[in-house]
Write a protein that binds this ligand. Structure first.
Ligand SMILES: C[S@@+](CC[C@H](N)C(=O)[O-])C[C@H]1O[C@@H](n2cnc3c(N)ncnc32)[C@H](O)[C@@H]1O
Length: 427
């Protein structure tokens, strides 16, 4: 049997053969046979200069077994130098996996181009190192839906069985929160289209089945960078402190008062990064958390659109990066990325249970209550309870002071007991 020669796989990004690097150009001109689908072969034919001596060409269809057999036979049986032309990055949902079923890894040279997902995220100008990528070809609809529910940024490589509109319908039916949906089709070609749509328009539209569908949910849009830069300019807590005066929030009423907020923030033990849910308490805890920890992804959940607008206005006025989610807890919580910290205001025990079910390992929940019964129930679940009573000093007519009791509340936090009582026994 003749000696085998390496197989080179050249990935073409943006259909731009003219942008190929010297190594890829050499592999193509030096090849004895170029293998590709009809589209890429036509592209190669129109680009290759006849003077370079065009190698023989082998057209392959969508059947990957057939393609592998043809490449194997050209390379191994006929000992020809083979160059396979492929779209994007051949190692990313591409021909590399199929080729490796028959061709030794050491006989394969891969020269990748930018993948379709890389191009799609570039078109909508978003980073994607934090994105989850799923191929609709191999994933059932419910797996795609749950990927979008749990990851804040997803790219779906769509397929004829599951084109963009079918995925849109499934997301709509499942009530998954999506802030940005973009269908990116024919990337790099003259007929490229990038459409940003609402979920309803996605579900009712008709799109190229071979597209990249970008879906960004709560926390996925770049609020963090915005928060970090804005907060540096306007953050009233530039000196590390918390318990911002209630008057700092222009749009009122402020539900969680300054002294209670100060305790809640302390109990939350906010990490530098991660996800914080502020569930239904006017958003001031979330806003302050974003100010003291600009690296946090903060989601304030509000049921009423008016209150949601107030939270957004307060956050904007203070330069805090807070993502306001309008919806009813606990149902709406299902669509949010799993939290590292949760504040539940207003004695919402059902939300507390839902938060506990989704809390990431090592996470913490703090909840405030006016009712002792509810606070006791929460404390039984979470492990810790404190009563907060702030007495505000007020001036009397004679210039003296009196103390007025305000903000009597219970705060429960956990899970896990913070303060083990000292052992009565001396070791
Ligand atoms: C088998 S995968 C190939 C991925 C390829 N290796 C890459 O790096 O992009 C085919 C899927 O990639 C996506 N795709 C490939 N080329 C595309 C393009 N030019 N525009 C939009 N999507 C594309 C579509 O989702 C298509 O169904």
């Amino acid at each position: 049997m003749p000696d085998r020669k390496p197989v080179t796989v050249v990935g073409v990004a943006d259909d731009r053969l003219d942008l190929l690097g010297p190594e890829a150009r050499l592999a193509l001109t030096d090849a004895e046979v170029v293998v590709a689908n009809a589209r890429l072969l036509a592209l190669w034919q129109s680009w290759a200069r006849p003077s370079t001596g065009v190698p023989s060409m082998l057209e392959v269809g969508p059947d990957s077994d057939d393609m592998v057999q043809q490449v194997w036979s050209q390379s191994v049986e006929y000992a020809r130098r083979v160059c396979v032309l492929a779209a994007g990055d051949p190692g990313f949902f591409g021909v590399a996996r199929a080729l490796l079923r028959r061709i030794d890894r050491h006989q394969l040279i891969i020269l990748p181009g930018a993948s379709s997902v890389s191009l799609a995220f570039a078109r909508v100008a978003l980073p994607w190192d934090d994105a989850v990528v799923v191929s609709a070809e191999s994933r059932p609809l419910d797996e795609i839906t749950s990927a979008v529910r749990t990851a804040s940024k997803v790219a779906v490589l769509t397929s004829p069985e599951r084109p963009p509109e079918v995925i849109g319908r499934s997301l709509l039916e499942a009530g998954v929160a999506v802030d940005l949906a973009a269908v990116c089709s024919q990337l790099g070609t003259e007929t490229e289209s990038v459409e940003e749509l609402s979920l309803a328009d996605l579900a009712t539209g008709s799109f190229d089945p071979h597209s990249v569908l970008i879906l960004v949910g709560p926390g996925g849009l770049p609020l963090i960078g915005w928060a970090a830069s804005k907060a540096a300019e306007r953050n009233p807590l530039a000196n590390l402190a918390w318990g911002l005066p209630d008057g700092a929030f222009a749009h009122r009423p402020v539900v969680t008062k300054a002294e209670v907020r100060a305790v809640v923030l302390g109990k939350l033990q906010l990490p530098r990064a991660g996800v914080l849910w502020d569930v239904g308490a006017g958003g001031t805890v979330g806003i302050e958390s974003a100010l003291v920890r600009p690296g946090l992804t903060v989601m304030a959940v509000e049921d009423s659109p008016e209150e949601a607008a107030q939270v957004a206005a307060n956050a904007a006025a203070l330069g805090a990066g807070v993502h306001v989610v309008t919806g009813r807890a606990p149902e709406v919580l299902e669509g949010l990325p799993a939290p590292d910290r949760v504040f539940v205001g207003d004695g919402a025990l059902a939300s507390l249970e839902a938060a506990l079910a989704r809390l990431r390992p090592g996470g913490r929940i703090v909840a405030s209550f006016a009712s002792l019964d509810q606070a006791a129930a929460a404390a039984s679940t979470l492990g810790n309870l404190v009563q907060i009573g702030a007495h505000h000093g007020e001036r009397l007519d004679d210039g003296g002071w009196r103390l007025v009791a305000r903000d009597l509340l219970f705060v429960a936090w956990g899970p896990g007991i913070d303060d083990e009582p000292d052992s009565p026994f001396v070791a």
